[in-house]
Write a protein that binds this ligand. Structure first.
Ligand SMILES: [Zn+2]
Length: 627
């Protein structure tokens, strides 16, 4: 194409790992982002792009790594003005590709100055396109404030980024500083891939804690919060994160970053999710997650999960997700490795480092096993399809989720990888485990800077066969392509446990229910209901479904008495065995009716029971590997 800028292949790694930029940049694109209006939910960027005269197309990043879909928030790009030598230059949007802008660069022009605003005013849902700022903090995702030349490789396009923050704010990022003055900071030149992979977390109440300081490369817990008290986590919790860093060394036997920053936003004013990067993670949680013990445990998987992605997802990446730029569609068919294995390893690490006790891990595992063992949607759609369709499933929600399915490759993937791990342990009498696979597969090449080493299904199978020969292809495919109603629970059985139900609430679910104020009647009458009686979902084929309940309805009364979760629980117990059926008065979009639930099985909650005669391989898996 013409109208092109400067390329600099090969410089990415040097810049990314923090060594000086030895390769001269004739002219990188400069990108200056002004965050001083972030509290008013608008970010201002100025991008100066070297060009040559003639037609040029620039594009706004569309497919966002880690989000596995075309989620670039172009609807919130505003104030796009282009000038050349002080004169306005007109752009025209492509009539088919909404992310592409066509420009005719005038004769004699060597650079374009572009103004881009990003409106950080979206709702608190969604991923990095969701709420990202408050009065006292801002999370800058660089992909929201830039365009780049169409058809280029992200690893070839060089950027010189800088930021200006509000007075008194500090920040954390994986980018290396190269200078600055006052509240303005210039970073070292990086390629577009590293730039988009390196968000900045800035805030007034900012705290940075070095983790496991004896280890190189260095690790940091960077926090920005709504208030100063929210970054005051206990010494014990800091020690958990120190051990997390050490345990990843024991597990992966390698690190693929120059330094690693957990960028944790503790705020009720932003979207809540985690987004992985090579050298950092964007972890957005509620304001009290680090200071409320219940929230700390319930959200305990987040940091181990996102950190694990540095190896599984960033360094080793499915070939279909290793695209060369942000306009090329991603293929998600191996997300049961990318996300499923990360879910498994992240949870194991949460237990090994002490965020969870082994009992908490097992309680949680029993809730996953039970949920996926009651998953009618699998009879029409296998888990492989949930991975293939990932790009349309992240935004899916609402009732009947158990029939449509969702991003099931996370938690069902976890069950499959537990099955793999315990099968290896069983076949080798405990001499080998999934840890051996991980050390080779993710530790390939030893310590490196951030780079992508793609893999295929066949590579995964070969890696497992290198640990212990088995028909792993059939092992995996038979689980991934299954249309069984039941979950693959072989990992529990090989681990020395079985899924059973009792009338005692599962402690993990009870904690989660108290947090979310949603109550679990799933394994008895087949529904979830809120504090006020609103039914959030109904299990297809369960008692409530057969007797006429649906999501969105509101249970007003139970056996003639105003609904509370405890009144419904008591009615379920009272109906047990030969007790009376449960009478509900239900409201649906302004209309009322009586529904009789002919159910006599009592309360049912999942738990794990130990199987005599099988080694407790779960306990072996959860043992810390470092002191
Ligand atoms: Zn993930």
């Amino acid at each position: 194409m013409s109208g092109v800028w400067i390329r600099c292949a090969g410089a990415a790694l040097a810049a990314a790992v923090g060594s000086s930029m030895a390769i001269a940049q004739a002219a990188p694109i400069t990108l200056s982002v002004d965050l001083t209006d972030a509290p008013r939910k608008i970010l201002h960027a100025t991008e100066v792009m070297p060009v040559t005269p003639g037609p040029l197309t620039v594009v706004y990043p569309k497919w966002i790594p880690g989000e596995h879909g075309p989620t670039g928030p172009i609807e919130n790009m505003a104030g796009f003005f282009i000038t050349a030598n002080g004169q306005p230059v007109k752009w025209e949007r492509d009539k088919v590709d909404m992310f592409a802008y066509h420009i005719d660069v005038p004769q004699g022009v060597t650079k374009l100055e572009m103004k881009i605003d990003f409106l950080a005013s979206s709702s608190l849902s969604g991923f990095s396109a969701g709420g990202s700022t408050s009065e006292n903090l801002a999370l800058l995702s660089w992909n929201t404030v830039l365009v780049y030349p169409e058809g280029t490789n992200a690893s070839d396009v060089m950027f010189l980024p800088s930021i200006t923050t509000p007075a008194g704010w500090k920040f954390g990022t994986a980018l290396d500083k190269d200078g600055g003055l006052g509240q303005s900071t210039i970073f070292k030149i990086v390629n577009l891939e590293q730039l988009i992979d390196s968000p900045v977390l800035a805030g007034r109440y900012f705290r940075e804690i070095p983790l496991a300081p004896e280890i190189t490369p260095k690790h940091y817990l960077d926090m920005a919060a709504d208030g100063p008290e929210q970054v005051e986590l206990s010494k014990e919790h800091i020690a958990d994160f120190d051990r997390l860093v050490r345990e990843t060394g024991a597990l992966y036997k390698s690190r693929h970053y120059g330094s690693y920053h957990f960028l944790v936003t503790l705020s009720n004013e932003v979207a809540h999710f985690g987004l992985e990067h090579h050298q950092s993670s964007d972890d957005r949680v509620t304001a009290t997650t680090f200071t409320d013990d219940r929230e700390f445990v319930l959200d305990g998987l987040l940091l181990p999960h996102e950190f694990t992605h540095s190896w599984n997802g960033k360094y080793r990446r499915p070939a279909g997700l290793a695209t060369s730029n942000y306009q090329k569609p991603m293929i998600g068919d191996l997300l049961w490795v990318y996300e499923g294995l990360t879910e498994y390893l992240g949870d194991v690490l949460a237990a090994r480092c002490g965020i969870w006790t082994p009992d908490q891990y097992k309680q949680r595992l029993s809730t996953i096993a039970a949920e996926y063992d009651n998953r009618p949607g699998r009879t029409w759609r296998d888990i492989q399809d949930t991975a293939t369709a990932a790009q349309i499933l992240y935004a899916a929600g609402g009732g009947w989720d158990n029939w449509r399915l969702n991003v099931d490759y996370y938690d069902e993937g976890e069950l499959i990888w537990l099955d793999v791990d315990t099968t290896i342990r069983k076949m080798t009498d405990g001499k080998k485990s999934l840890d051996d696979f991980v050390a080779k597969f993710h530790g390939l090449g030893g310590n490196t800077g951030p780079k992508v080493v793609p893999y295929t299904f066949e590579d995964v199978v070969a890696g497992l066969n290198a640990v212990v020969p088995n028909d792993w292809a059939t092992f995996l495919r038979s689980r991934l392509d299954s249309n069984s109603y039941q979950a693959p629970l072989g990992g529990l059985e090989n681990g020395g446990y079985k899924l059973t139900y009792s009338d005692k609430p599962n402690p993990w679910s009870a904690m989660a229910d108290a947090q979310s104020e949603t109550f679990n009647f799933w394994y008895s009458i087949g529904l979830h209901a809120g504090k006020s009686g609103t039914v959030s979902d109904v299990l297809k084929g369960g008692v409530a479904d057969k007797d006429g309940l649906g999501p969105g309805m509101k249970i007003v009364a139970v056996n003639g008495r105003a609904y509370t979760p405890d009144v419904l629980k008591a009615a379920i117990q009272n109906a047990k065995d030969s007790g009376p059926a449960i009478d509900l008065i239900v409201e649906n979009t302004g209309f009322y009716k009586v529904i009789k639930l002919d159910y006599h099985g009592g309360e049912r909650y999942p738990q794990l029971d130990r199987v005599a005669g099988v080694p407790d391989r779960l306990d072996d898996i959860l043992k810390p590997q470092t002191k």
